[in-house]
Design a protein around this ligand. Structure first.
Ligand code: ADP
Ligand code: MG
Length: 449
């Protein structure tokens, strides 16, 4: 028997892979949670562990780590613990605590994801004010397939493959995606248009394919496209005959998303403030199953956002965040964050040793800021789902209030209204045409003279 190991199995000549030569092919995949637990147990056999330490939970946190990474993790944690105990001069009860593992995890990452931009977001759901319903829906769509995959296979349904977040800029689309990745403890791959538009032909597509391949290996993972309108721009706008970079990227993206059928635990998240610019092929169910509108904050949400961004700030007794929220209509989350920051700077400008931000600082800051959004802009942002022909998928709408889903369909009353209005328009057009036929010559004559 001749066992062989290969990393790139496709590079092996097919003649070698036929039966009679290498009859059996065994794929050695990335260890799953249970495997990781076993590996960690093996490597920590000789190391004293803190009795309250739960190796299982560490194994759960180490998505995408292969055996070698776990070994490095154990080494790093032990080194850190040794350093720590030598500092305290109490070497007698040396043991690995959760803190050591946390430190080690911040130093040793999964090697599969090296080279592809991976940023581990530290944003939590609590950092996002308002948007309760939306947060719940994103949470369900992202976390359920990863945490309750057995339930999905029991029900015979496939989880959501892609989520598109759209809405005005500064309303926490990017933050939502990061919070989702953080909460799901999934490997996070972030791709931006700038990385994908390479000066070399084919490099962007290669990066895209590589990212999907690594995401499959490091599953469960989330692939995030920020400003997705650049990557997935509508086709056919260009006048040249050859396919543009954008078109080639889009077709690669479409094939990769369709290829996800087999892969469990990969979710494609995209955010954009120009949903109209995204190719329609991506918007069909099976690709971006869930298209969610992230609205600008209402009064309650503005209050919560102000609370979030003044958490670390010492505010005076006279600061009434609710009143500020009432005064800041049309402000987005980003602008409210800016307002809090500006208020702090105003306070410092007044007195560099100041420790408390008072109401007058907020007022001064507010007078210098103006919301960038207007009512009509918000209407045009929110109208995307209503005008697009695509209906909302049903299975994640359970948590949504009924009024929202109704808005997307036309009720009989508005159909009648549309009918009446179009009849009136037709009649007016007919009258105008008749008038023109009767007096057209005369008008032309009048104009000429
Ligand atoms: N609902 C919110 N709660 C807390 N912070 C928010 C909220 N919306 C926006 N922000 C703040 O605004 C900034 C920009 O948000 P971001 O998610 O990048 O917006 P978008 O991607 O929609 O343009 C973030 O740093 C975030 O802290
Ligand atoms: Mg963004």
């Amino acid at each position: 028997m001749n066992p062989v190991a290969a990393y790139r199995v496709d590079a092996i000549d097919p003649a070698l892979r036929r039966s009679g030569r290498f009859d059996a092919e065994i794929e050695v995949t990335v260890p799953n949670e249970d495997d990781r637990f076993q590996i960690l147990k093996l490597y920590t056999k000789m190391i004293p562990l803190d009795p309250v330490l739960d190796l299982k939970s560490i194994a759960a946190l180490c998505n995408g780590y292969v055996g070698a990474d776990l070994e490095a993790l154990c080494r790093e944690a032990t080194m850190y613990a040794i350093k720590r105990s030598s500092n305290t001069k109490d070497a007698s009860n040396f043991s690995l605590t959760m803190e050591d593992w946390k430190h080690a995890r911040s130093v040793v990452g999964p090697s599969i994801t090296r080279g592809v931009t991976v940023e581990i977001p530290k944003v939590t759901w609590e950092d996002i004010g308002g948007l309760k319903e939306l947060k719940k829906k994103v949470q369900q769509a992202v976390e359920w397939p990863i945490k309750h995959s057995a339930a999905f296979s029991r029900m015979g349904i496939s989880p959501v493959r892609g989520i598109l977040l759209h809405g005005p800029p500064g309303c926490s689309k990017t933050t939502l995606a990061k919070a989702a990745a953080h909460a799901a403890q999934a490997s996070f791959f972030s791709l931006s248009g700038a990385e994908l538009y390479s000066m070399y032909v084919g490099e962007g597509e290669a990066l895209l394919r590589k990212t999907f391949q690594r995401a499959r290996l490091a599953a469960p993972s989330i692939i995030f496209f920020d400003e997705a309108d650049v990557v997935a721009a509508k086709r056919g706008d260009s006048s040249s005959n050859s396919a543009t970079v954008g078109e080639r990227l889009l077709s690669t993206l479409l094939t990769e998303i369709d290829g996800l059928e087999e892969a469990k635990g990969i979710l494609v998240l995209a955010a954009t403030n120009r949903p109209y610019a995204i190719d329609a092929a991506l918007m069909r169910p099976g690709r971006f199953d869930l298209v969610l509108y992230v609205p600008p904050p209402d009064l309650e949400a503005r209050h919560e956002i102000l609370c979030v961004h003044t958490r670390k700030m010492k505010t005076g007794n006279d600061v009434d965040l609710r009143r500020i929220a009432e005064d800041t209509e049309l402000f987005t989350g980003a602008e409210l964050e800016g307002l809090c920051k500006e208020a702090g700077i105003v306070a410092l400008r007044e007195d560099i040793s100041a420790a408390v931000v008072c109401d007058r600082h907020f007022q001064i800051a507010k007078s210098s800021l103006k919301p960038a959004l207007t009512k009509s802009e918000i209407d045009s942002y929110s109208s995307f789902m209503k005008t697009s022909s695509r209906a909302l998928p049903g299975h994640f709408e359970a948590g949504l209030k009924p009024d929202k889903s109704k808005k997307n369909r036309l009720d009989p009353f508005s159909l009648v209204k549309i009918g009446v209005v179009s009849c009136l328009l037709l009649a007016a057009a007919a009258a105008a045409a008749e008038y023109y036929i009767m007096y057209g010559d005369q008008i032309v004559h009048d104009i000429a003279t």
